[in-house]
Design a binder for this molecule. Structure first.
Ligand code: IDP
Length: 151
């Protein structure tokens, strides 16, 4: 089982898409193991988007992510990292595949509704960055047998 981080960005919050996005991940069969609203500090964003720090658009990305609180969630499942990535769609939302979250609901490169971890290594670091250990939960999922059966 893998765990992966998802952030519902300020455009998802303002456009009332929080329930829709969470519902899509739930209906896929992923298990919600952490969930909270957070205001993102400069320090946290510098760390989270460290690969973008030198880019001309980085200040805009940061101020956009600070417009409202974001919804941070942690999802668990077999190969959860790549599964969530596929459901999310590519960065440039207007070209994201139909059926993906970005492909269905967004038009922008920056305002693309959702962040999700891009590899297992990143996911492990990001889950730790956004959640304390007592904010993450392990519990039996009564439908697991029907979601996965044996594989
Ligand atoms: P990802 O979110 O699809 O993994 P990254 O390249 O990690 O994409 O970029 C992080 C976020 O920074 C994007 O989701 C988007 O909001 C923003 N971003 C990326 N590239 C651009 C750009 O060229 N202009 C404006 N914002 C961008």
């Amino acid at each position: 089982m893998e765990r992966t981080l998802v952030l519902l960005k300020p455009d998802a919050v303002q456009r009332d898409l929080v329930g829709e996005i969470i519902s899509r991940l739930e209906r896929k069969g992923l298990k919600l193991v952490g969930l909270k609203l957070m205001r993102l500090s400069d320090e946290l964003l510098n760390e989270h988007y460290s690969h973008l720090v030198g880019k001309s658009f980085f200040p805009e990305v940061k101020s956009f992510m600070q417009l409202t609180p974001v919804v941070a969630c942690c999802w668990e499942g077999t190969e959860a990292v790549n599964t969530v990535r596929a459901i999310c769609g590519i960065t440039k939302a207007r070209e994201a595949a139909p059926g993906t979250i970005r492909g269905e609901f967004a038009m922008s490169v920056q305002a693309n509704l959702i962040h999700c971890s891009d590899s297992l290594e990143t996911a492990n670091a990001e889950v730790k960055r956004f959640f304390k250990s007592d904010e993450l939960f392990s519990y039996d999922d009564v439908l697991e047998r029907y979601v996965y059966n044996s594989s």
